[in-house]
Design a protein around this ligand. Sequence first.
Ligand code: FES
Length: 78
Amino acid sequence: VTGPADRARARITVYPDGPLIVRGEFDLEDLDGGPVPTGRLVALCRCGRSAAKPLCDGSHKLARSSRPSQGPTPTEPG
Ligand code: FES
């Protein structure tokens, strides 16, 4: 008999300005405890822009490309 304690641990990787990638054996549930179908790998949205929440749909890339330039501030010529 196997149970949740016998499962291999899931591994979560945090991508900068992107999703949380979850690998391994895990259950993903909605707010009511209903199952959200996944495989052994899923990308969870953490930017809040996905239309497929809780899953990442790539919308975080649009937010990244629309940011203003982070380059150096221009200076007055000496
Ligand atoms: S992290 Fe990818 S859409 Fe939110």
